[in-house]
Design a protein around this ligand. Sequence first.
Ligand code: ADP
Ligand code: MG
Length: 221
Amino acid sequence: MIKIENLSKVYGEGENKVIALDNISFEQKEQEKFIAIIGKSGSGKSTLLNIIGALEKATFGDVQIDSVNILALNEKERAVFRSKKIGYIFQAFYLESEFSVLENVELPLLIAGVNKKDREIKAKEYITKLGLESKIYEKVKNLSGGQKQRVAIARALVKEPSVLLADEPTGNLDSTNGQEVMQILKKIAESGRTVLLVTHNIQDAQIADKIIELQDGKISN
Ligand SMILES: Nc1ncnc2c1ncn2[C@@H]1O[C@H](COP(=O)(O)OP(=O)(O)O)[C@@H](O)[C@H]1O
Ligand SMILES: [Mg+2]
């Protein structure tokens, strides 16, 4: 569960000062597993996601995830938190294109020191869930955009995070593949994980349980 209080993020100073997030507060309710964050380019969507994912530090405020105040963590604790609690997918996929599907999905487990046998079992479970079993030994560079995003989702889920962050995950996909990814995200939320989707596609946002609209770093709805 996510709880945010008086969160602000300021980049730069003096003339270059940008207030990316301006005193944001919200609390996720039990039934709100799928939350969409919408807003124009530059409104602070990615900044908010990156702070929740402990990739960036806030300037001010409180962010609690599963009752842990992530802004109070030191560098090492943040890395552990990220690795245990957070899955992340992006518009640009960020996969290893020369690696196979299996190797990509195994990677977070390899980094976490899981042995080969257990890595394979877990990776194959998620590859199958994402409907990619026929592509398991294929190099990622040979896959379509929709398939790549499914690999990225499998990789994000393989460590069973409680929160999945998705930054414009359909931005590089045609509408058919985009809708397929949206349905997958919806199922993930229904399975009990929190899904936080950043999008500027209002249609995509409609399937969420809650929509947060950002405007100039403030919640406007
Ligand atoms: N690393 C950074 N350094 C300086 N300014 C930044 C940085 N990241 C984002 N910004 C600024 O913060 C504001 C919000 O950016 P961002 O969160 O990326 O918006 P969105 O994802 O909604 O397009 C923008 O004005 C952007 O230029
Ligand atoms: Mg962005």
